[in-house]
Unconditional design. Structure first.
Length: 263
């Protein structure tokens, strides 16, 4: 049986292999990822439960602490400890460097975020690539070094030119988790919804679809509607419930019950 990796194990793999990483949202997705040999999962705190930990098996799990829902350092600290207590292996934190440094000082493994950071995309021009000029590439590099200095152990690097990401990864001790930033990082990171083909709205350029779950989900939704309509029709016609759906009582017991009821 493969032993679940520790932070030290993950860092020891830096530069030696490409890790496989998925963002999952259901117990079924977590279990499938574990069965498929995915190395690392990202699961957000509200759906991070003991059931998800069990389903994730030996996958190394990054628990996402939701920026905006948490505000103060104390909020993040409590949430981080709760995530680790359930069995999280590290936490994702998009808060300030000060907050990351404080969490790290408590011995909590923290992953930061550079490049396109969705919750701060307004500062880099919206949902677009970051690092396509020398100045913005240096900005990403400085962000990585700042995270390193704050004590983070890893960083998501999102939608950054692959050559830029590769050079930055060579110059940091952080485990670099690449989402649309090429193979120069240490992990390839996609959302399960993209892999399974049920993304709604914009599909990012770096996404690759392997199955068409959207069509299957739509088929299942039509089946739900049809089943619910049939149930409603049965209730209206009296076809449901049938005798087999009811709890029986002996005639003698029912008669005794009736005799005790007031008129």
């Amino acid at each position: 049986m493969i032993k679940r990796r520790t932070v030290a194990d993950m860092l020891a793999l830096k530069g030696k292999q490409q890790l496989k990483m998925l963002f999952v949202e259901t117990v079924e997705e977590a279990a499938a990822a574990n069965a498929a040999g995915i190395d690392m999962l990202s699961i957000i705190a509200p759906i991070w439960t003991p059931a998800m930990r069990e389903a994730a098996g030996n996958c190394f799990v990054q628990v996402g602490l939701l920026y905006g829902d948490l505000c103060t350092y104390e909020d993040y600290l409590r949430a981080a400890h709760a995530a680790i207590k359930i069995g999280g292996d590290c936490v994702y934190c998009a808060a300030s460097l000060d907050t990351i440094a404080k969490l790290s000082a408590e011995g909590i493994p923290v992953v930061g975020h550079v490049g396109l950071v969705p919750c701060r995309a307004t500062w880099t021009g919206g949902f677009r690539a970051v690092g396509k000029t020398a100045d913005t590439a240096m900005l990403v590099y400085r962000q990585v070094k700042d995270l390193e200095a704050a004590g983070a152990f890893g960083a998501e690097i999102e939608v950054v030119p692959d050559r830029v990401a590769a050079e930055i990864s060579k110059r940091t001790s952080l485990l670099m988790l690449s989402m649309g930033a090429g193979t120069g990082g240490d992990a390839q990171y996609l959302f399960a919804e993209d892999v399974l083909g049920y993304t709604r709205g914009h599909q990012p350029r770096h996404a690759k679809v392997y199955r068409n779950f959207r069509a299957e989900y739509e088929r299942l939704q039509q089946e739900r509607i049809a089943a619910f309509k049939e149930f409603a029709a049965d209730v209206e016609s009296g076809a449901y419930p049938e005798q087999k759906h009811l709890v029986p009582i002996e005639d003698s017991e029912f008669e005794a019950f009736m005799s005790r009821l007031p008129d």
